[in-house]
Design a protein around this ligand. Sequence first.
Ligand SMILES: Nc1ncnc2c1ncn2[C@@H]1O[C@H](COP(=O)(O)OP(=O)(O)OP(=O)(O)O)[C@@H](O)[C@H]1O
Length: 393
Amino acid sequence: MIRFDHVTKTYKGTKRPALNSIDLEILRGEFVFLVGASGSGKSSFLRLILKEDRPTSGNIHVLGQDLNAISNRKVPYFRRNLGVVFQDFRLLPSKNVFDNVAFTLQVIGKSRGFIQEAVPDVLQMVGLAEKANRLPHELSGGEQQRVAIARAVVNKPAILLADEPTGNLDPSTSAGIMTVLERINAGGTTVVMATHDNAIVDHMKRRVIELVTGQIVRDEDQGAYGMTAEIALQDSGLTAEIALSEGLARPVGPAQPHVAPPRYAPPVPTSTQATPVVAPPPMQPVSRPVPASQPVPVQQPVSEPVTVPPTPQYERPVQAAPAPNGAQTAPAQTGPVVPAGAHPGTPPMPVNPPQPDPHDPATESLTLAEKLGLRAPGAPADPAKDQNVGPTT
Ligand SMILES: Nc1ncnc2c1ncn2[C@@H]1O[C@H](COP(=O)(O)OP(=O)(O)OP(=O)(O)O)[C@@H](O)[C@H]1O
């Protein structure tokens, strides 16, 4: 479904790659958390999947298509298979909930009949059926994010990419958003979610991929955020960057094939209210890892979800020894990062905010309409159709 082969992304004007030789496979139906410190490469990873940017080297396949082979003209059609949710919602402030969701379908030419059926269905699914006539500013943050999710999935995309979708929300509202995302995933959509929210990751027990300075240091089927290098290193006073360069943390090897996890029936909504159908138990602080120079232990989850039956265990196939050409078969090193030689009191790694590259046509000021696949990059703007949107909070 999503495959990265030796993918490196180095932005112009920078020396260190934002993503460094990533090998990875995400299978149909998976729910994957992408975690890591600020600047570790999570958003870059998502942008590459969306073909909003292109790798400096390596190949990416999404839904069986080689992204290098998709022309700019065909990018909007490719993106119709992908839904995208951002931290800041990005709703149209002057359109009501129904029209915000319908807009995407109208622009891609769906019939009025289709829209009249599809929009109420998806609003029901996210628990907003009764708020279809509200404007965004008449909604809570969590409700606005539900609208954004409804817009992202109304066209039934195969993949949903979510970049910090709970970043602006309180814990209980975030739990409601996660219930919605689980429901979407249970319907067959592959979900890839970048997050800093350790409580959510610990609670969900889904596949966790951790990035440290653009390298995968952990890839676990049912991981937790609490054992990440980020926390371990912060506690030890080491920065992730130093740990990698000193060989104290190790990147994992090439992609491991995954066996798709079995599906389960999600809780069926009994109410159209915006509040979560069943709120998960309160999330608790994650206990911190231990002393430097000791391997970070695998922690037991601190709370069990009540709404989601535990996902049955599934195992990665054991891989053969590296092939002579070293291409795809080297066994991955998995497991937690091992911090050592701690220096208490060292502040966390400073991070430079992402800078757009004005000379790269792939990243050049894409409008939301382009990102959502509603208009080809560079195509003439239509003021009647294009979105002029920003954060609605
Ligand atoms: N357009 C760009 N031009 C130059 N450097 C960039 C660009 N976008 C990102 N970077 C750099 O690439 C690295 C990875 O950034 P990225 O935004 O992918 O990290 P992130 O893990 O998503 O961070 P955050 O959690 O803060 O969103 C950072 O060092 C960042 O400064």
